[in-house]
Design a protein around this ligand. Structure first.
Ligand SMILES: Cc1cc2nc3c(=O)[nH]c(=O)nc-3n(C[C@H](O)[C@H](O)[C@H](O)COP(=O)(O)O)c2cc1C
Length: 152
């Protein structure tokens, strides 16, 4: 089984979360971790599980990530299990409706992916970080939940 963990990270914190998730996935499956600018159609087609994470920028995906989806063929993830996360500030419930993770989940589903877990957010204290204490551990646990859903 091949898992692909795709991330975009401006200041490095989303990448740290991606690595923590990938560490847990690696207990059970082969994992490749790449940045979104390296993503190819072939990698998506080969993956049995796709996890994608970016920071939330202006209540949306970072501008650099939007073209990644535009170049992918339709339904490149037919029924492939997918999960999405982001990093952001702790927000009010109203603003928390607009996270990159929710947007990513929608984009991955549009490509045919089957969302196996709710989109998750990991929190930074300030724009350039750091992450709140315990977020890397929470990311490892979230990787475990992905595995549970993936294997049932
Ligand atoms: C241009 C820009 C816009 C941002 N907009 C938001 C936002 O709308 N909501 C939010 O919670 N955080 C926002 N942030 C904070 C980012 O979420 C934070 O920089 C990110 O989690 C750090 O992750 P990284 O180290 O992977 O870049 C923004 C950051 C930047 C640079």
């Amino acid at each position: 089984m091949n898992a692909l963990v795709v991330h975009f990270s401006k200041f490095g914190h989303t990448q740290k979360i991606a690595n923590a998730v990938a560490d847990t996935l690696a207990d059970r499956v082969d994992v490749k971790t790449i940045s979104s600018d390296q993503l190819t159609t072939g990698q998506l087609k080969e993956a049995d599980l796709v996890v994608m994470g970016t920071p939330t920028h202006n209540m949306n995906l970072p501008k650099a990530v939007q073209p990644v989806f535009e170049k992918l063929p339709k339904k490149v993830l037919p029924g492939t299990p997918v999960a999405a996360f982001d990093t952001s500030y702790k927000m009010s419930a109203i603003l928390a409706r607009f996270t990159a993770a929710k947007r990513l989940a929608r984009m991955l589903r549009k490509l045919g992916g089957k969302l196996i877990l709710s989109p998750e957010t990991f929190y930074v204290k300030e724009r350039e970080g750091p992450l709140y204490d315990g977020e890397l551990e929470r990311a490892k646990d979230w990787g475990g939940k992905i595995l549970e859903q993936f294997q049932t």
